[in-house]
Design a protein around this ligand. Structure first.
Ligand SMILES: [Zn+2]
Length: 220
């Protein structure tokens, strides 16, 4: 398979998940961004362009870049969060996909700086356990990669303070699962807190057991 076919495949997969992100209302307008490593091409990844409505995305709009931040191909400029994507791929070779959303419940958690506790089995399976909020960083800065790494630790997602959500996975599907399912769990958590009750956490032994399923993706 030639390089261009590998690029094309990566670009199409990024667009597919952009459509899903839109369908699930995980973003408003052009907010958020998605990237994935290019299979078969060491050190290359594909990332969404800046300021482009998702329903107009064409494969050539998806930027191909190196993990050193050099742009290799694409008709548009990459997302404003390009430094964060680049640094995460560079620092953590096991990451295969990144999904950054501005979904409503995640943004609520991010505004408050809350941690979403392990309250649902599907959520633990998708994110690996509780999901914390990263310290505040300015959008578009490298600092965001530092604070995000800290908040992610060994989890599939974290909230970005006063901003949104960031999810990672060994591939794009796992990253998307973490972003999507965390949003659902955050919705449930906020609804219960809004009713004035304290959401009940799963027992620690169960969290550990279920999180093993999440961990498996990294050893595949
Ligand atoms: Zn954002």
């Amino acid at each position: 398979m030639s390089s261009n076919e590998n690029w094309q495949k990566a670009r199409e997969e990024v667009i597919l998940f952009c459509r899903r992100m839109q369908m699930e209302h995980l973003v408003y307008y052009t907010a958020g961004n998605i990237s994935k490593r290019v299979d078969g091409e060491d050190g290359l990844y594909a990332v969404t362009p800046t300021n482009t409505p998702y329903d107009t995305l064409r494969p050539e709009d998806i930027v191909i870049a190196t993990v050193d931040g050099e742009i290799v191909d694409g008709h548009k400029r990459p997302t404003s969060e390009f430094p964060m994507h680049t640094l995460m791929y560079k620092r953590r070779p096991e990451i295969g996909g990144i999904v950054h959303t501005h979904s409503a419940a995640a943004m609520s958690m991010a505004v408050m700086g809350w941690t979403l506790p392990p309250i649902l089995t599907g959520f633990v399976e998708a994110a690996g356990g509780s999901v914390a909020t990263a310290r505040y960083s300015r959008p578009g800065t490298e600092e965001m990669a530092d604070y995000t790494a800290e908040a992610l630790a060994d989890r599939g997602a974290c909230f970005l303070r006063h901003h949104g959500l960031l999810a990672i996975g060994s591939n794009l599907a796992h990253a998307f699962q973490a972003a999507s399912v965390t949003e659902g769990a955050a919705e449930v958590y906020l609804r219960l807190r809004g009713m004035g009750v304290e959401p009940v956490e799963l027992p620690e032994s169960e969290v550990k057991w279920i999180a093993d399923e999440w961990r498996e993706q990294w050893h595949g």
